[in-house]
Design a binder for this molecule. Structure first.
Ligand code: ADP
Length: 395
């Protein structure tokens, strides 16, 4: 309606200009008025042209694009939006989202839009078996007032399927390798403990070296299996009430011999009050803590110190493990959580390692909606820490 009135107004202005220009005895001010009107018309046409250009660009985007007004009425949907969601765009235009909630493909997006979230956010949603989308919701705010919402829809089905095929392949290969490596481990142990007869010193030396390499491979295969599990976030997390202090103790106990061998001074700073039970995936959290703890031992020289502390503060579980180890060089810090990354000083002091432990730990913490970080000074030591919001706690 507004557009129609504007067109009538424009026609009226053009006719006015025509008649006025035909009139005789025109003064200077009238002429300037006519010029102003002509400029106005030019400006309006230029804006219209620019609008067409922008709309044509949006229409050719690979992503689906939707604009809603402040009341959640759809003002614009590009053709890709229709293609991705199997809809006819014209049919949804000028409709309020409340009228479209029965549309099976649109309803998951409508549920996101209905959330009373003032800021922009991104969410991955599965519409059906063959359609997985990444949806970006951007609230359009002018002078602290929400004047509308834009929605960008990205079809990630292919990437997701490829990712899961890759994971399946890695997991299958790792499983296939696991059995022969474990059998080799047993055979080597039997050779070394003399169960299969006496061996010479030279033979022992070769067998021990083979055992070391075999153990490295077992470690790598286990890390790859863990990665396959943690990357499958949707299916593999099983949360339960966990006694966190007991869990930390279990991790510490599992590394006691290693710490004794390296004569490490260990300090366990227990919280002042006993922690309530926390809802966590017990096995995954064990794995995250174990990776952090193993690293502290691995990268701390003999007679070094390691301390562990945790506490609940502001409805968050805070955990940290501090060591007096080799530390991380400043210029390599930003890559420390990358898959397969190992710092140059770590490779020198400890050639065995997959560079997967921290990646796994960080993923596990983030799957619990937490954050993980570290501070480190080369040759002085490191502190790795994480926080996890505590939703449900029971004493
Ligand atoms: P890995 O220990 O098998 O190499 P991780 O993913 O556990 O793999 O760790 C990645 C890298 O982070 C290590 O190679 C090392 O460079 C660094 N790192 C991890 N923990 C520590 C630590 N406590 N002190 C010093 N460097 C560490």
């Amino acid at each position: 309606m507004a557009l129609l009135s504007f067109i009538f107004f424009l026609i009226f202005v053009i006719l006015l200009l025509f008649f006025v220009s035909k009139m005789e005895g025109f003064g200077r001010s009238e002429l300037s008025f006519v010029n102003q009107l002509k400029n106005f018309e030019k400006g309006y046409l230029a804006i219209q042209k620019e609008k067409q250009r922008v709309l044509a660009s949006i229409d050719n985007l690979q992503e689906g694009f939707l604009i809603l007004d402040a009341n959640n009425t759809i003002e614009y949907a590009n053709s890709q939006f229709g293609k991705i969601l199997g809809l006819v765009c014209k049919k949804v235009m000028n409709k309020n989202i409340s009228e479209l909630k029965d549309s099976p493909n649109l309803s998951p997006i409508i549920s996101l839009l209905a959330q009373d979230v003032k800021y922009s956010f991104k969410k991955e949603i599965q519409i059906n078996e063959n359609l997985i989308l990444e949806v970006f919701i951007n609230r359009l705010v002018i002078s602290k007032k929400c004047v509308g919402t834009s929605v960008v829809v990205h079809d990630i089905t292919k990437e997701k399927i490829m990712g899961s095929t890759k994971r399946d392949f890695v997991s299958l290969t790792a499983h296939q390798l696991n059995v022969p490596l474990s059998t080799t481990k047993l055979s080597l142990e039997m050779l070394l403990d003399g169960s299969l007869g006496k061996i010479t010193d030279e033979q022992r030396d070769i067998i021990e070296k083979t055992q070391k390499r075999n153990n490295m491979l077992i470690h790598l295969v286990n890390d790859l299996l863990d990665i396959a599990k943690i990357e499958d976030k949707g299916n593999s997390y099983h949360c339960e009430e966990v006694d966190f202090e007991a869990l930390v103790k279990e991790v510490v106990d599992s590394d006691k011999i290693e710490m004794k061998n390296k004569k490490i001074v260990f300090e366990f700073a227990k919280p002042e009050n006993k922690l309530p039970k926390i809802i966590l995936d017990r096995n995954k959290m064990f794995l995250a803590l174990k990776n952090m703890f193993d690293n502290a031992i691995k990268y701390t020289p003999e007679k070094g110190t390691i301390s562990v502390a945790f506490e609940i503060r502001n409805k968050e579980l805070e955990f940290k493990i501090q060591d007096s180890g080799i530390g991380v060089p400043n210029n390599e810090k930003e890559k420390i959580f990358d898959k397969f990354f190992r710092s140059s000083n770590a490779i020198k002091t400890n050639p065995s390692g997959s560079g997967l432990g921290l990646f796994i730990a960080k993923n596990i913490i983030e799957a619990h909606n937490g954050e993980m970080g570290f501070e480190s000074v080369e040759n002085k030591g490191s502190t790795f820490f994480f926080t996890i919001p505590i939703k449900e706690i029971k004493s």
